[in-house]
Design a protein around this ligand. Structure first.
Ligand SMILES: [Zn+2]
Length: 290
């Protein structure tokens, strides 16, 4: 558990695994550069056997004096994800892991979606009697209007694409239940938690800012996927809709927070993901939080 003055930050981890070949994931990566970083990448951040990058898949729970907030709802159970065997028809213990933190689905006041990719929205819904229903019955589900409209349009053009299937089973049921709130630009959830646009990875991608007294954290979603990007902030991934804009957004966030006390909480760094960013030579690095 990480303390941000009056707010606590905890992870609910769905899986951690060798996920993908770095040369596939980062089109700008080269084997020479990866070899130069092998001494710290392996084994924790790059699996020595497969060479694949290690990824954690997790949700974050924020507990403020007023609310319990889930940020990104990870992969989900029972979802049809034929292009991702590890995500396909999962039957994992996410809800009991949540329960072990003392949080039931009914306790969640807000579900904040940094963006609408399948591994960030899965637990928005669960299967009940053959229908997808909102998992968190008392929550408002908050997402950027621009993000919703982007995927709504893709879905109407091509409903069978893998991301559109996820949109249909994990976002549309929440909207149809009247539980979604669409927000524009900067948006305050309450006095300690706010949403800030961070476009590039997706058009309506956002980060979640936490500020309590003199302490702060930024829940970065997929603005940065892997620690190697601190060495190469301009490497955007193959899943970024606008790789150039994603790089601009990433570098600006890293530069804003490097060498500060602000806790940086990416979605996919191996556990424990939250860390602090620092400058290292003409690039950046990260430090564990004591
Ligand atoms: Zn993503």
């Amino acid at each position: 558990m990480f303390q941000i003055n009056e707010v606590t930050l905890q992870s609910v981890i769905e899986s951690e695994e060798p996920f993908i070949d770095p040369l596939t994931f980062f089109p700008d990566a080269t084997q020479d550069v990866l070899d130069a970083h092998a001494s710290w990448l392996k084994p924790r951040y790059q699996d020595p056997e497969t060479g694949h990058l290690m990824f954690c898949f997790q949700s974050y729970i924020l507990r403020t004096p007023h609310h319990t907030i889930l940020v990104d709802s990870c992969i989900g159970n029972d979802k049809d994800r034929p292009n991702r065997p590890r995500w396909h028809m999962r039957n994992g213990p996410f809800l009991s892991d949540l329960n072990n933190l003392g949080v039931t689905p009914a306790d969640i006041d807000f579900v904040l979606c940094t963006h609408l990719h399948a591994d960030h929205i899965g637990w928005n819904t669960r299967l009940e009697n053959g229908r997808w229903v909102p998992t968190f019955p008392n929550a408002r589900y908050v997402m950027a209007r621009q993000e919703y409209e982007f995927w709504e349009q893709r879905h109407s053009q091509d409903p069978d694409g893998p991301r559109q299937i996820a949109f249909a089973d994990s976002v549309l049921p929440v909207v149809q239940a009247g539980m979604a709130d669409f927000v524009d630009g900067d948006h305050a959830i309450e006095d300690t938690v706010s949403i800030e646009p961070a476009p590039g990875h997706t058009p309506g991608n956002v980060v979640i800012n936490v500020r309590s007294g003199d302490a702060g954290a930024v829940l970065l979603g997929d603005t940065i996927h892997h620690p190697i990007q601190l060495k190469h902030p301009d490497w955007s991934c193959m899943a970024c809709e606008d790789r150039a804009q994603s790089a601009v957004t990433r570098r600006a966030l890293i530069e804003r927070y490097a060498d500060t006390d602000t806790i940086m909480a990416p979605a996919h760094f191996p556990d424990p993901s939250p860390c602090r960013f620092v400058t290292e030579g003409d690039a950046f690095g990260f430090r564990a939080i004591e």
